[in-house]
Design a protein around this ligand. Sequence first.
Ligand code: TIU
Length: 234
Amino acid sequence: MTKVKAEPYEFEFTIPRTALVMIDWQRDFVYPGGFGESLGNDTSKLLRAVAPAKKVLEACRAAGMFVIHTREGHRADLSDLPRAKKERGNAPLQIGDMGSMGRLLVRGEYGHGIVDELAPVDGEPVVDKPGKGAFYATDMETILKMRGVEKLVFTGVTTEVCVQTSVREANDRGYDALVLEDCVGSYFPEFQQAALAMIKAQGGIFGWVSDSARFLSALEVARRESAGMASASR
Ligand code: TIU
């Protein structure tokens, strides 16, 4: 086990039993003209998390860690869109309406896609989810089980909505979750702080919080340890 400096205490992981979970890095949330802006949000607030998340993504790939991406969205006929979700927000544009990046939160549209910097590569499953949580009405848990994953490292948007919902779902399913605070973004700085505080309160009631620098230095240690073990067993 390798230890990551984190709050409320060190998070332990091994590369083979851990997955990097990239939550909803979609143009619809990160860029103007998408679903996030249609709800009245300033999308530029999410951009600062893209560069650190990219560093983590590239390091996890290089270390051979399993990477899984999620996208929030709906079928083109909106048959999986609850009325309550469609009407929520009382916004001029709703899910399924045409925006400048295509129909808002509809699968296959440009805005529904993941930003180029963090785009999935071959071998990285993409889980399409109709709700905020990564586990609700998806095969997320099946995929993690097939890989023998026990620990999850989270980046993504938005911190207090889809990231926090997914962390809570993961916690109830028996996973240890680590959230990297500079790799998650919110339209509301005060909610970012509150969501992270909630996760790590009460001895880590839902999980752990660290940052990209601390995680990357631990990942380097884990890489060296697993390389050492591989050469010792030869
Ligand atoms: N509105 C908002 O903050 N987020 C979402 O609707 N979805 C995700 O967080 N992905």
